[in-house]
Design a protein around this ligand. Structure first.
Ligand SMILES: [Fe+2]
Ligand SMILES: [Fe+2]
Length: 188
């Protein structure tokens, strides 16, 4: 691990992932056929990594800092997003109304990320010990270790990626377990 990586706190990693999520939305929009399916699956994995770390580690910590109303609103948006993601998966990227529904989903996810960036993360940074925020980055890294979130440079998907193909509910369950394992071995 580089010293830069060690200094990054959980908010740094989540902000970086917000940008990666937006770029994957654009990739799905711009692709067709197998490429579109693959980009969509990559988006499922990244959202699973990202939201699992937020739900289990970041939002609970933010309750004291940003308040219950802010955190409950974010959790509601995340549950709704998981529901819509499953519907999109069942629909399939080739369905005639996929693009219109995907565009609505993108708007909702981007709005959700903006709410976190404006209402939650600044309060978390202001009121939580910086060392604790750096430790919390471990939850994001643990989830990323299960499912690489960066685009694969080679065309062939790894065995791990294949294992993580499939319905969003199953992918989110695996990520939840990965973050829970991390939590059980760390106090935060
Ligand atoms: Fe979130
Ligand atoms: Fe987020």
């Amino acid at each position: 691990m580089t010293s830069t990586a060690q200094k990054q706190d959980v908010v740094d990693l989540l902000l970086r992932q917000h940008e990666e999520i937006k770029s994957l939305f654009a990739q799905v929009r711009g692709a067709t056929g197998d490429q579109k399916r693959q980009a969509f699956q990559q988006l499922v994995r990244l959202l699973a990594v990202h939201e699992s770390a937020e739900e289990q580690v970041v939002h609970p910590a933010a309750r004291d800092d940003a308040g219950d109303a802010v955190v409950d609103a974010r959790l509601h948006e995340e549950n709704e997003a998981k529901h819509v993601l499953s519907q999109l998966y069942d629909l399939g990227v080739d369905a005639p109304d996929f693009d219109a529904r995907f565009a609505e989903f993108e708007q909702a996810v981007v709005a959700h990320a903006t709410h976190e960036e404006q209402e939650e993360f600044p309060e978390l940074r202001r009121k939580t010990d910086p060392e604790r925020l750096r430790r919390m980055a471990g939850a994001v890294r643990a989830a990323e270790a299960v499912s690489p979130t960066r685009p694969h440079p080679s065309a062939g998907e790894s065995a791990t990626a294949n294992m993580l193909a499939g319905p969003p509910v199953a992918v989110f369950d695996r990520m939840r377990d990965a973050v829970r394992d991390w939590r059980q071995s760390h106090k935060d």
